[in-house]
Design a protein around this ligand. Sequence first.
Ligand code: G6P
Length: 608
Amino acid sequence: MCGIVGFTGSQQAAPILLDGLKKLEYRGYDSAGIAALCDSGIHMEKASGKIKNLDAKIDGGKALEGNCGIGHTRWATHGAPTDENAHPHLSNGGDFALVHNGIIENYAALREELIAKGVTFKSETDTEVVVQLLEQYYDGDLKAAVLKTVGRLEGAYALGILCAHEPGRVIAARQAAPLIVGVGVGENYFGSDVTAMVAHTKNFIYLEDGEIADLTPDKVTIYTDLGEEVEKPITRITWDVAAAEKGGYDHFMLKEIMEQPNAIKSTIEPRIQNGEIVLDDFHLTDEDLKQINKIMITACGSAFYAGSVGKYVIERLCRIPVEADLASELRYRDPLVDEHTLLVVVSQSGETADTIAAMKECKARGARILAIVNVVGSTIARLADDVIYTWAGPEIAVATTKGYTTQVAVMDMLAVYLARRLGRLDDAEYARLVDEIQQFPSLVQRAIDLNPNIQGLAKKYYNHNNIFFIGRNLDYAACMEGSLKLKEISYLHSEAYAAGELKHGTIALIEEDRPVIALACYEALFDKMMSNIKEVKARGAQVLAVVLEGNRQIFAEADDVIFIPKTEPMFNSLPEIIPLQLFAYYVARENGCDIDKPKNLAKSVTVE
Ligand code: G6P
């Protein structure tokens, strides 16, 4: 995780770097720091805690002179989140400052080697070896020192480098961690994500693993780790800075919940043409498709839960075996994957380390890779054979909302698309399902509008320590995401259970007043869910039920009821997560939590 930024130009660097770091704070917020270069050398400030602490220390950046510099916001891996362990790190002689995102796996050996040469270390980080190596290797040729240094590193890194003897020059290097160069006029930037730079430029160069960017105010040079210059295309992004701002909402999360109808519209509308689903970006031929005898879906976190929805819907419609597996498990389980497997990789950021590793593992075994990704040009998008972008726009809140629902919308669309191509849907059924998909934006808007009292329910339930979610089939898939949302941002202990499993253990935890959120939207299993609700009620639970609009039966058992609008039952996961997102949001608000930046989490998990 961690976010890094760099700038060189004629303006003062620190305010620009600070602003960029604020946009990257979702990547980590244990500490932050900036180093800038001026006539008297490198000046640096760091502060543990959130970026506002650094902001106060350097007066919004004004207190740090210099027109080029680097910055960092940290999610601690090696060493506690203290000032000493905060980045940037300085070399012993003060010639170099460096920021790093990733993990240097061979840092212990390098550290010993450097200590033997008389180098002293001030931090417990893996990063500090890199800055010391740079100083050891520098003899007036910065490029040579950078090449020698990266040649010694094993692991993952996005590096930002500042050298006291090279005014106006910043270097960035990438290996298995995101890094993008922003190309301006008379000034240039780098950052972990375009949001850090989009206030200044819309032109970006996406670096590949092993590439190094050498930036001066007027020039960007990219070279490989062998020192050979490479020509890189410039990508122009279309969204602007307003998309990454709160726009009057108290939190990004609430803004992003409310943006879901539009995000889903942008995702599906261009892909339905004259009643047909058209996936231009999915190049599987009929011949290829015939060869596929298994679909595997892999992802982490909420993206995995979107994948779990996909498993139910794709399997049901396509009648092909579908497995959904956590990427962190799949990568190490010697999976049965071959050229007859379609691997569907789901990721908002496109940078999640475990997801990338699982994908590479399956690719090496011959699987065809389809990625469902939000961030254009991200690692997963570039490694996949085919990509379907979720056009959710930038998602800033650490807990995903529109990222997740656009993934679910794509899963539903993909299921119908594949089923049609496999000859599993007749014309009428296909037309009906496509029509339902076209209603998704208004369906989600209605799920928001139907539930004005979620805040009131949150006030009733917020002070409980344990909340269970139960559901069956697709309701169960939604339970997992609803429960994750609640624990991520409100820190309440919450678990999701397949309702049929309750009696095999969990029911022992049901006691007087224990809240149970029961999802009973899947009508074919409604009676089964009613039995489960009765079982927990009989043991004293308070039941908050989520059911389809118009369901009156539920009032016989539930203490509180949330309604969702009707759609094709297979697509229920989309509307039913909306009230659960709002519930988690308002519970966290009642508990006074830092909703957009929950403790210990980071949005983009680029370490294993
Ligand atoms: C982190 C985020 C989650 C996200 C997961 C996978 O844990 O906090 O919201 O679902 O990573 O991220 P990805 O970018 O691969 O979807």
